[in-house]
Design a protein around this ligand. Structure first.
Ligand code: NAP
Ligand code: GDD
Length: 349
């Protein structure tokens, strides 16, 4: 009889978020025992993971939820001490760039110091075998000098406290790797979306808005900068990369992207086209408008309240290192992503 392989245990900080839910799904399929950390809120806030409890892979012995908060070092250390996991995925963050201009100190506490608290727990508890994954961000590149694909060697120049905090968390992971020999890796994630994306991120806002306009539930979609360029992938693909990064033979830093660029305006046009809305643009700057050619109604307009004090104009990632060494590449392209987001929205709105 072959030797029985021990089941791996993982803690996911940020399990109630977009990525946490896809990662939990993936790890359950891979026979992991999962411990998700959830902060207390006035409503249940488990919509993205509720289905897991009814899934084929769920048993009451392989999926646990703990109350915790990465602003609280004691509870963070205590959960890690109780579970002593093989892998820790830090997906928890105040993850909205625009909001970080309103709550900078809070953003730094969660997004920067939260990561440090987890790393400190691993160090203090001397968990030599525990691997740590940090959800780093393409926002760290910020102000890019040349509009080429960005890679692991491109310098960082963050443009928000969110970006600054992610740079701190990135370097904290590298530092704990170098100083204490902890297996700490960074995925430098470019934008990734899905039907489970939060409603105030631009892709979800566009899909939700245009579907509701098409159904007659909403009159207008109000946006900010239409000319920012992003590299948009599907969160399902990015969850696979997180797992692969921790299975690699050594800790390292990895760009995860699709290497395709799309402006916000092109994203709007693609969604409108798929919904059979004929959109014509007029005007410039804050006066730019999208007009529905059938009804002649203005259905897209600009409000400067959605502009940021400093913008990241261009993000496109070169994922060739991950492709070569992790054998990771995205399955979904931007059109597949839009298709998935629209069909889910049509069903649920
Ligand atoms: P998300 O949907 O906003 O999820 C963030 C998660 O963090 C949620 O579960 C949230 O809990 C949790 N969280 C927030 N504050 C916390 C705290 N103080 N203690 C414990 N948990 C806390 O973000 P996402 O899109 O899944 O992204 C996952 C991670 O990847 C984030 O770190 C994000 O910054 C990073 N990232 C995302 C992208 C992207 O395009 N999606 C790209 C690069 C990097 P609640 O549900 O209670 O709010
Ligand atoms: N949110 C939002 N709302 N953004 C808008 C709007 C609007 O009404 N109108 C235009 N935009 C522009 C923003 O100015 C930005 O240039 C772009 O659309 C994308 O905005 P978001 O969807 O909010 O994402 P983000 O790029 O700022 O940040 C996301 O990606 C990062 C990785 O690059 C988040 O998921 C971060 O957590 C992540 O690290």
């Amino acid at each position: 009889m072959g030797k029985l392989r021990k089941r791996k245990t993982a803690i996911i900080f940020g399990i109630t978020g977009q990525d946490g839910s896809y990662l939990a799904e993936l790890l359950l399929k891979k026979n992991y025992i999962i411990h998700g950390v959830k902060r207390r809120s006035s409503s249940a806030n488990t919509e993205r993971i509720d289905h897991l409890f009814d899934s084929l892979n769920f048993t009451s012995k392989n999926f646990f939820i703990h109350y915790g908060d990465i602003s609280d070092g004691t509870s963070t250390l205590s959960i890690i001490n109780k579970v002593k996991p093989d892998e820790i995925y830090n997906l928890a963050a105040q993850s909205h760039v625009r909001v970080s201009f309103d709550v900078p100190e809070y953003t730094a506490d969660i997004t920067a110091l939260g990561a440090l608290r987890i790393l400190e727990a691993i160090r203090i508890l001397k968990l030599k075998k525990t691997k740590y994954y940090q959800a780093s961000s393409s926002e760290m590149y910020g102000l890019v000098k040349k509009r080429n694909s960005l890679n692991e060697l491109t310098p960082f120049h963050p443009r928000s406290v969110y970006g600054v905090s992610k740079v701190f968390a990135f370097h904290a992971a590298v530092h704990y790797r170098e100083a204490y020999g902890i297996f700490a890796s960074n995925g430098i994630l470019f934008n990734h979306e899905s039907p489970r994306r939060g409603p105030t991120f631009v892709t979800k806002k566009i899909v939700q808005g245009l579907v509701r306009i098409k159904k007659g539930y909403q009159k207008k979609l109000t946006l900010g900068n239409l000319y920012a360029i992003r590299d948009w992938g599907h969160a399902k693909d990015y969850a696979i990369s997180m797992w692969k990064i921790l299975q690699y033979k050594k800790p390292d830093d990895w760009v995860i992207a699709t290497n395709k660029e799309t402006t916000v305006k092109t994203f709007v046009n693609k969604v409108a086209k798929k919904l059979d809305i004929k959109l014509k643009w007029t005007g410039k700057g804050e006066r730019e408008k999208g007009i529905d050619q059938e009804s002649k109604n203005v259905i897209v307009e600009i409000d400067k309240k959605y502009f940021r004090p400093s913008e990241v104009d261009f993000l496109k990632g070169d994922f060739s290192k991950a492709k070569k060494l992790l054998k990771w590449k995205p399955i979904y392209n931007t059109d597949d992503l839009i298709e998935d987001m629209i069909s889910s929205e049509l069903e649920n709105s």
